[in-house]
Design a protein around this ligand. Structure first.
Ligand code: ZN
Length: 68
């Protein structure tokens, strides 16, 4: 009954290396500050790009007001 590892490790999303998933690792689930900042930068730029994408043009915007 000693198969439980002393520390839990996960795969670093950035470099794929082992990352200590514990309170001792402030960068979890990343293995290091560098990996964390790198991943966040990529995510942020991607999110910004998507958010900044122009809306699809629609002819519905040009519907003239109905005269009654
Ligand atoms: Zn890493």
């Amino acid at each position: 009954m000693t198969t439980t590892p002393p520390v839990r490790t996960v795969r670093c999303p950035t470099c794929g290396g082992a990352s200590v998933y514990a309170s001792t690792n402030p960068f979890r689930p990343f293995c290091s500050e560098r990996c964390k900042s790198t991943d966040f930068g990529a995510w942020a730029s991607e999110a910004y790009r998507v958010a900044a994408a122009p809306p699809i043009e629609s002819d519905d915007e040009d519907v003239p007001p109905r005269a009654s």
